[in-house]
Design a protein around this ligand. Structure first.
Ligand code: SAH
Length: 433
């Protein structure tokens, strides 16, 4: 439904208004109805998508990244060129990954000038900092046009044939309004939603650093993707169709925002443009009362409603739902919690997978990391009750802990100050996503 609405609006633009004047999809505000369904925090996130909250410089910017091949062809025609120039643009942006219009050397200088004079740019931001862990995980800080920093992580998997899988863990917002009690991103506050191209460029930046194709994308970086649905759907389309990452290789992780899963599931049914992704819910608790103490936003979306929506999602899409469960020592990691979690899942069907994430200690939090024995005990209690479970291998622990931590280290205020703009010398850091 959502993608159908977004893409049909875009098509209308293509036919009735020249693409040269397109307002970027990520800039449109949410409908009044969907805004009503969101909490105050969510409404703040929705407001940050609206054109008014962006600086004049940003809203005037015309960004090529994120446009589809037909849109680029239309743009070329609107700018007085042959349509095939749009195909070339597509190739330069997504295959050759050229970052500046000036460097489009395959295109005539005159066309490059026209593009620049009309205010078009590629939309790639500089990499502000990279931190590499001993296991090869690289965490990047990307500096956005408005001097805000976002984190993105490249997680390689190597075997004897070399690099076989490269996962990009991408951010969907600058900061996060939901403030889950154990998450560093929430502690750093919320600035704004990312635009679709600012999500796509994270994947391209990882490809650039690793000199390798990204095979998998997980929306598990900074922010809550379901509070920035339009941009996330726009990025999903572009990553799938333009960057050519399989839909099934894209996972969207959410802590739960009322009505969003439902909308996405119904979208798949009503649209010919199938929107398939792995639905991953961050549960972190086996009952509603406990969940409310860990996840403040849980009050507006009770556990039973989440389970109902996940069950419906599975019935409609046949896509198995994963549940993430951050294990916090002494809080939600006891045997009785595992037993209760197994019962909860069995009450709602059996097509679930649980991904256990041992808590990654963050600054300013009293939570403790569980022991290895405690984690294994939790996993085997679930397995004994026929729940499929995996334990997330900590990656990049020596390159800078959980989501949001690296950003918090380099950016203390919402905007970079002058002293923060010059990167400090290389330090040994720790990441995990
Ligand atoms: N807002 C989304 C995606 C961002 S976080 C969500 O909540 O799903 C991605 C995953 O990392 C979530 O499951 C989150 O709970 C987990 N996470 C964040 N900080 C963590 C920490 N310090 N230790 C362990 N897991 C953490």
């Amino acid at each position: 439904m959502m993608i159908a609405a977004a893409s049909s609006t875009l098509l209308q633009h293509v036919s009735s208004v020249s693409v040269a004047n397109i307002v970027r999809p990520g800039f449109r505000s949410l409908s009044a109805a969907s805004a009503r369904n969101l909490s105050t925090a969510a409404a703040a996130a929705a407001a940050s998508s609206s054109p008014r909250s962006l600086s004049a410089a940003q809203s005037d910017t015309r960004v090529l990244l994120g446009l589809s091949e037909p849109e680029l062809q239309q743009l070329a025609v609107d700018l007085g060129q042959e349509g095939y120039r749009g195909k070339q643009l597509h190739h330069l942006i997504y295959k050759r990954k050229v970052k500046e219009v000036d460097d489009f050397s395959q295109l005539p200088k005159a066309f490059r000038n026209v593009l620049q004079e009309a205010g078009w740019k590629v939309g790639r931001s500089p990499i502000f900092r990279t931190v590499t862990a001993a296991d090869g995980t690289i965490k990047l800080l990307i500096k956005l046009e408005d001097n805000r920093l976002i984190e993105t992580v490249g997680i390689p998997v190597n075997d004897d044939k070399g690099l076989t899988r490269l996962t990009a863990c991408v951010s969907s917002q600058v900061g996060c309004p939901l403030r889950c009690s154990f998450c560093a991103t929430g502690k750093g506050g919320f600035s704004r939603n990312l635009q679709a191209h600012e999500i796509v460029e994270q994947v391209l930046a990882i490809e650039e650093i690793f000199k390798h194709r990204v095979t998998n994308v997980v929306f598990m970086g900074m922010g809550e993707p379901m509070l920035n649905l339009k941009a996330v759907l726009g990025a999903h389309r572009c990553l799938n169709k333009d960057v050519e990452i399989g839909q099934r290789m894209i996972t969207i992780s959410t802590v739960g925002v009322p009505n969003t899963i439902k909308k996405l599931a119904s979208h798949k049914l009503q649209s010919t443009l199938a929107f398939r992704y792995t639905n991953c819910h961050s549960l972190h608790a086996s009952n509603q009362k406990l969940r409310e103490t860990i996840v403040p936003s849980a009050k507006s979306y009770p556990l039973d409603a989440i389970m109902q929506d996940c069950k419906d999602y599975f019935l409609q899409t046949s896509r198995r739902v994963s549940f993430e469960y951050a294990l916090l020592a002494g809080v939600n990691d006891k045997t009785e919690h595992a037993v209760e979690l197994a019962e909860l899942l069995q009450n709602w069907g059996r097509n679930y997978h649980v991904n256990l994430i041992p808590f990654n200690p963050i600054e300013g939090s009293d939570y403790q990391r569980p022991t290895k024995k405690g984690v294994l005990n939790f996993a085997s209690t679930l397995e004994a009750r026929k729940v499929t479970v995996s334990i997330r291998q900590p990656r990049g622990m020596d390159a800078s802990a959980a989501c949001g931590q690296l950003r918090n280290q380099f950016q203390k205020s919402p905007l970079l100050t002058d002293s923060e703009i010059s990167p400090p010398p290389e330090t040994e850091l720790a990441v995990a996503c």
